[in-house]
Write a protein that binds this ligand. Sequence first.
Ligand SMILES: [Zn+2]
Ligand SMILES: [Zn+2]
Length: 426
Amino acid sequence: MSQRTDSLVELKQKVGRCIDEAKEKLHRLSQDIWSCPELAYEERKAHDRLVAFFSQEEGWKVDGHFKLETAFRATWGPGGGQGAVVSVGFLCEYDALPGIGHACGHNLIAEVGAASALGLKALVESTADFPVRVQVTVLGTPAEEDGGGKIDMIREGAFEGLDVVFMAHPLQDDAPYLPDVAEHDVTIKYHGKASHASAYPWEGVNALDAAVLCYNNLSVLRQQIKPDWRIHGVIKHGGVKPNIIPAYTELEYYLRTPTRSELPIIKAKAEMCFRSAAMATGCEVEVEFARNAFDNILRNKTLEDLYEENGKALGIEFTTDEEVLTNASGSTDFGNVSFVVPGIHPYFYIGSKALNHTEEYTVASGDEKAQFYTLRAAKALAMTALDVLLCPELLQRVKEEFAEAKLKEDRMLKGGQPDNTPKNNK
Ligand SMILES: [Zn+2]
Ligand SMILES: [Zn+2]
């Protein structure tokens, strides 16, 4: 037993050294992505840079434009020992935000994915008696900030064959898990009829009235929903000129619930708000839900605990702030991945307390200071991959936990459908 444990500790130290050996090119990689921010589904330069990065490395099979124009796949192996192949995936994100660049640090997510994969491959190759047969896959997953590229890629089968997936996201704190919630975005369009607002207002059908009623209906609904559900939106088009009865208005809303099984309920309630506003004003309404709905993250405590243990060994101080740990944060398309393959999406500190999606965070994610923390997160992920590779029982436990959690959520999804039949309980 101690023999095994010692060698595992040694391998973990070695994988860290392998990552450190590549630190200069990894830094250049994230710098290049950072200095040329691109929006969701338009990350052509980042795609080309990452494809070139893996093409220049020995032994990787690289598929550019994999399933999506700005997605890619790099695979190495199988390498190492004998027997069944264990397939480990690392995910890179690299999209930026409009106007403020890499304010969510996705350039560093790309670096973490590349670093962990490079480190693991180098370790397996340089360890003569590595006991397990391993395949390492890097998936470049575009459009996390808008659209949900991972969801498109799941639909295309990009995650098939992977046993476990890893990624890590920059934040103000280190945490093995934070509650990312389910989300579905919706656009509501009201079509009315223009008319002179003073001369013949009775000839018009006011689409702005419909938008305002919709806004107010949703504001009223907020009191009747659970405290951790979220409805937030904007009026994108509110008319053209005060003396023209607005013929067209448009709103965009995000609907969020802690689990994907609750989404149908909030959607049905919100839809009644959209449609009743149309009915009250005589407008036509179009309700367009986004192509992709984001799932909450399905937890895998086994992987989280391993990541935490490895992180602590590297000096990571994980947050104990209950507010950070329990408050809903955002939503991520990794949630959908977590329902397809067991995986984790820990958060890592990058040397700054600036908040994501601010200009200060853009500066922080390009700062050299972030490098130490980024590579430390990559090491913790690679070490966690080693844990599940070298202990088949652990991998089994990870898979069982995944299957059980998924089954539980699926049951909730079936049982959670809302009953919208009007009740006459007077
Ligand atoms: Zn973001
Ligand atoms: Zn992000």
